[in-house]
Design a protein around this ligand. Sequence first.
Ligand code: AMP
Length: 202
Amino acid sequence: MSKSPSPHRLDSVCVFCGSSDAADPAYLEDAARLGRALAKSRIRLVYGGGGVGLMGACARAAHEAGGAVLGVIPDFLTARERAYDAVETVVVASMHERKMLMFEHADAFAVLPGGIGTLEEVVEILSWRRLGLHAKPVVFHDPNGFWRPLFDLFQHTVDQGLTPPFFSQSWASVERIEDLIPALKAGLPTGVDAEPGAARLT
Ligand code: AMP
């Protein structure tokens, strides 16, 4: 199996993104551009293992550009999400196992436009970050304010005193896909005790 993540280097990026082929073609193209950029930067792509939508576009582009790709897909989804088995693919038993394996193998998270599944994945990672369980960077690609309603909801929970203000520092967003990898690098922990006292999951 592939190497483990390193907390202060960007060797592996987990990408959460939509599985729908009906997405705006510009989003599909940006997903492919990110895949190529990851390959060029020699950063391994960790993703949900499907061959559809933005997921498939990103993985195919990374693979075709010579990049390393790890797909993690639950058995029951291999047909529906058309597992892209040209790359290293781990078939797991459940959604929970998938998410934990993707988390363990990633140094950072990129979030592209997606639907309810993408939302579920990123909100869990951010909730773990809010609890101090990890310090891995999370950066949204936010073309045309795609994620603005979610950012507003985050801020609403902060304004209402339900989420601590530091939560707003735990993620970033970029408008242009080419700014995504630099933003992830900028968010890497700089010291061994970047978040003292955090009970890390990894
Ligand atoms: P969507 O954004 O709805 O197109 O979903 C994007 C990806 O997230 C798809 O591969 C879904 O299978 C996946 N997904 C949805 N819910 C979960 C979950 N609870 N845990 C892990 N992956 C999920």
